[in-house]
Ligand binder design. Sequence first.
Ligand SMILES: Nc1nc2c(c(=O)[nH]1)N=C([C@H](O)[C@H](O)COP(=O)(O)OP(=O)(O)OP(=O)(O)O)CN2
Ligand SMILES: [Zn+2]
Length: 151
Amino acid sequence: MAVIGYVSRTEHFSAAHRLHSPFLSAEENQQIFGKCNHSNGHGHNYVVETILRGPIDPVTGMIVNITDLKQWLKVAVLDHVDHKNLDMDVKYFETRPSTTENLAVFIWLRLAMAMPDKSLLHKVVVSETPKNKSEFCGEGLTQQDFDDCIV
Ligand SMILES: Nc1nc2c(c(=O)[nH]1)N=C([C@H](O)[C@H](O)COP(=O)(O)OP(=O)(O)OP(=O)(O)O)CN2
Ligand SMILES: [Zn+2]
């Protein structure tokens, strides 16, 4: 029976967005999203923490090599969101509001697809501001979600 532990990596990125839903009218969007719906958009300095859970290898003392996690995050996530406009540059948000919640799901999907063993992915935590954050643990995903996150 192996010892089960957690390991995480935190990354930062800056991105612009505008909170709006393609399924609502302009009036409904303004009413729901308020200032965050303004057509000029706005930006955030996001913080994303990715947490992995799994057996600690008795030989290496690692669950995964954090150097690998860093590379997976760069290639699968950060290169596609850092200094981007989430609504214009990321196809996944053409049909979903670029809320903190949906961004956490997107990052989970992208990282899971990059990992040799996605079962190790435990949680993604995205902070949009120092006060606002969302967590995702992989619940309720459909194949459509995975299909939509292909960039
Ligand atoms: N459920 C969600 N609600 C909101 C989201 C979101 O992603 N999910 N996002 C926003 C805004 O885009 C973003 O949070 C900006 O909010 P802002 O007021 O600028 O930031 P703070 O709340 O931290 O500002 P304070 O005024 O200091 O409280 C809104 N809702
Ligand atoms: Zn915002």
